[in-house]
Write a protein that binds this ligand. Structure first.
Ligand code: ADP
Length: 143
C-alpha cells in the first residue's frame, strides 16, 4: 500500500467567519475530519502581510476591497496537518465563489459571495509551508 501523505496547511478564519460566529463550527468540521491543529492565534493583518499573502491579486481592481475586508476585524490563523491535507481541506472549503459552492462545503454553508467566503486554505504543499512561516514565528509551531 502507498503510504498516505502527511501535509501541513494554513487556514485563516476570515472576518465574516468571526462575525457569523462560525469559528467553532468550522474548526469542528476539520477536527472531525481527522486534522490535527498544531498552532492557532488571533491576529490583525498588516498591509504588508496582506500584500504578500494576496500578491497574486495585487493588481486586481478588487484588491483594495479585499484588503478592507480582511482588515475589518482580526482573523484566526490555524496551522493544521493531516493526510493529504491540502486537497482534502480545499475540498471541504469549496470554490472561491460561495454562491456556487455545494451545500455541505464550508463556503456553501456559511459564505456569502466571492469575497466573504469564510476561510482561506493553502492551495499547495509549497504555499502551505510559505504561509505557515508568514503567519507564525518558528517557536509558535508545535512539532
Ligand atoms: P481562494 O481563496 O479560493 O484560494 P484566490 O486565491 O483566487 O481564492 O483569492 C483570494 C481571496 O480573494 C478569495 O478567497 C476572496 O476572499 C478574494 N477574491 C478572489 N476573487 C475575488 C473577486 N473576483 N471579487 C472579490 N473578492 C475576490
Amino acid at each position: 500500500m502507498i503510504p498516505a501523505l502527511m501535509e501541513e496547511t494554513l487556514v485563516l478564519l476570515k472576518p465574516d467567519c468571526l462575525e457569523g460566529r462560525k469559528c467553532g463550527e468550522v474548526l469542528k468540521r476539520f477536527e472531525e475530519a481527522g486534522f490535527d491543529v498544531f498552532a492557532v492565534k488571533m491576529m490583525r493583518l498588516s498591509d504588508e502581510i496582506l500584500r504578500e499573502h494576496y500578491s497574486h491579486l495585487a493588481d486586481k481592481p478588487f484588491f483594495p476591497e479585499i484588503q478592507g475586508f480582511m482588515q475589518s476585524s482580526p482573523v484566526v490563523a490555524i496551522a493544521m496537518r493531516g493526510e493529504n491535507a491540502i486537497t482534502r481541506v480545499r475540498d471541504m472549503v469549496g470554490p472561491t465563489d460561495s454562491t456556487i459552492a455545494d451545500k455541505g462545503t464550508i463556503r456553501g454553508d456559511f459564505g456569502q459571495d466571492k469575497m466573504r467566503n469564510v476561510v482561506h486554505a493553502s492551495d499547495s504543499v509549497e504555499n502551505g509551508q510559505a504561509e505557515l512561516k508568514r503567519f507564525f514565528a518558528e517557536g509558535e509551531l508545535q512539532d
